[in-house]
Design a protein around this ligand. Structure first.
Ligand SMILES: CC(C)(COP(=O)(O)OP(=O)(O)OC[C@H]1O[C@@H](n2cnc3c(N)ncnc32)[C@H](O)[C@@H]1OP(=O)(O)O)[C@@H](O)C(=O)NCCC(=O)NCCS
Length: 208
């Protein structure tokens, strides 16, 4: 399905949920990419990841990640492949997430990932962030949405179950990153989130 609004890909935006007015879900764009790294580079923010993903975020690794992000971001202006967000409270980034098509695994399949700072967990924010990402999945030209994690990640398993994913044990490897999941969350009815009650403020052309 084509996007309901191509401005999700061509403009900058801020999403708020009436139920969580204190939280802003802002589009991840190149000028604020460093905010994602602050979350990802803290080992406390991916406690269950494989050893490869726990490796130190060296300047080279950060640059590779930034370049991968920029390539997807630019491609998505016309191909609608990926959307990424920062989660902010009072102007401070407390989390990040994204939904990306992963054609190297399967055409038409999108993967959702998210992580919150320790201080932001256990208060319903992960669930709210996942709801936004499921809503945004409807803008991508994909037809299946999944997520994955490690078996020990009880909070993520509870979150996924609460939103209607089923789980299946399967090791998922991504070229260049190694094992990224031991458990897949599938069969979520992401189309149901198309009508999620959220406010979107489009704030101008997507910055380079
Ligand atoms: C996984 C993560 C996103 C969950 O977000 P969160 O804000 O902590 O979770 P929420 O408060 O929204 O809770 C969502 C559900 O999980 C349950 N839950 C939360 N923490 C839990 C825990 N430690 N044990 C069991 N259940 C838990 C909640 O009760 C809730 O279920 P309910 O709606 O049925 O009541 C967050 O903990 C996180 O960022 N962890 C580190 C990074 C990570 O593991 N990312 C996932 C890999 S893709």
């Amino acid at each position: 399905m084509p996007p309901s609004d191509t401005r999700f890909f061509t403009e900058d935006w801020i999403i708020t949920l009436p139920s969580r007015p204190d939280v802003k879900f802002i589009r991840l764009t190149p000028p604020v990419f460093g905010e994602r790294i602050k979350i990802l580079a803290n080992p406390l923010n991916h406690p269950f990841d494989s050893s490869a993903d726990k490796e130190e975020w060296t300047p080279i690794k950060i640059e590779e990640s930034r370049q991968r992000f920029i390539d997807q971001y630019n491609l998505s202006k016309t191909k609608y492949r990926a959307l990424d967000i920062l989660v902010q409270i009072g102007g401070k980034t407390v989390g990040q997430g994204g939904v990306h098509e992963i054609p190297m695994v399967k055409a038409g399949l999108a993967n959702i990932g998210l992580s919150l700072a320790e201080s932001a967990r256990g208060k319903g924010l992960g669930k709210a962030t996942m709801q936004i990402l499921l809503r945004l999945s409807n803008e991508l030209e994909v037809d299946i949405v999944h997520a994955g994690t490690m078996l020990a990640n009880k909070p993520m398993r509870a979150l996924a179950a609460a939103l209607g994913f089923t789980e299946r044990e399967e090791v998922l490897s991504i070229p260049g990153r190694g094992v990224v999941a031991e458990l897949l969350f599938e069969n979520v009815d992401y189309k149901k989130f198309k009508d999620l009650d959220m406010d979107v403020e489009f704030t101008g052309p997507a910055p380079d």
